[in-house]
Design a protein around this ligand. Structure first.
Ligand code: APR
Length: 235
């Protein structure tokens, strides 16, 4: 029986792929007011501005490739039962080959209904030939098509399935997240008392748990290499 590893990843795991994080010095939220471009109020106030913000981020994503960290996470599926719980809306875990991914905050390459964003009949996948959403584009329910993103002020429907995965993890690895945003950050609290916790980040991160955590204070690619070695030693 393979041991279960759950990864909780954030923007930092995609930093080496050229995607900016949110709260680092040159982060996205320094350039854009998060309430304006990443909240449900912001969308209602100016849907076209928000739709175009995500059109720009989607275009940038086309040139981005998974980095060594994404690839090592995917390769661990040979040895472990791996679940990736990501806050990222990019598709780099998928491109690296991970097969069991929960997107807590939605997916940049998908669009949905602005009336009922979680209606599965309205969720569509965008591609290089249809990358942009325009005002007037309609979802299947006739409402304005919008990015399939969980904005601030909206529910996080995948948090329960994610918590169930964390509760069963033998090993929990947090990579590239400042653990600033709930409910994602609170997932750490669902870890089993005997689970092994690791955290990979170049900066110190305060995890909301009293459990021991093995910190690997490195970037994601180098940190994942160190993690793989540590896991081999513990086998
Ligand atoms: N490798 C690993 N970690 C890195 C790297 C790197 N090369 N570069 C930066 N980091 C770390 C930073 O030190 C920081 O701890 O990645 C983390 C990024 O934190 P945030 O920018 O806050 O991103 P994240 O935690 O994913 O944000 C969570 O906030 O705005 C919302 O919806 C958005 O999903 C996002 C959520």
């Amino acid at each position: 029986m393979k041991k279960k590893i759950v990864f909780i990843t954030g923007a930092g795991i995609s930093a080496e792929s050229g995607i900016s994080t949110f709260r680092d010095s040159d982060g996205l939220w320094e350039k854009y007011p998060v309430q304006v471009v990443a909240s449900i109020e912001g969308y209602h106030r100016d849907p076209e501005l928000v739709i175009n913000f995500y059109n720009e981020r989607r275009k940038q994503l086309l040139d981005c490739k998974p980095n060594g960290a994404h690839r090592l996470v995917a390769e661990l599926e040979k040895m472990y039962d791996v679940t990736v719980v990501t806050q990222n809306v990019d598709n780099l875990h998928e491109k690296a080959g991970s097969t069991n991914i929960i997107h807590l905050h939605g997916e940049l390459m998908k669009a949905t209904s602005s009336r009922n964003p979680n209606d599965p009949r309205c969720i569509v996948t965008l591609d290089e030939d249809h990358l942009e959403i325009k005002m007037g584009d309609k979802a299947k329910d006739g409402s304005q098509l919008r990015p399939f993103i969980v904005w601030f002020g909206e529910a996080v429907p995948m948090i329960e399935p994610a918590a169930r995965e964390v509760m069963e993890a033998d090993i929990l690895v947090i990579v590239g997240t400042s653990l600033n945003v709930y409910p994602a950050a609170g997932l750490v609290n669902y870890a089993k008392p005997d689970a092994k916790l690791f955290l990979i980040d170049p900066k110190p991160v305060q995890a909301p748990t009293l459990m021991d955590i093995h910190y690997i204070q490195k970037g994601a690619s180098e940190g994942m290499k160190e993690l793989v070695e540590l896991l081999k030693e513990q086998e």
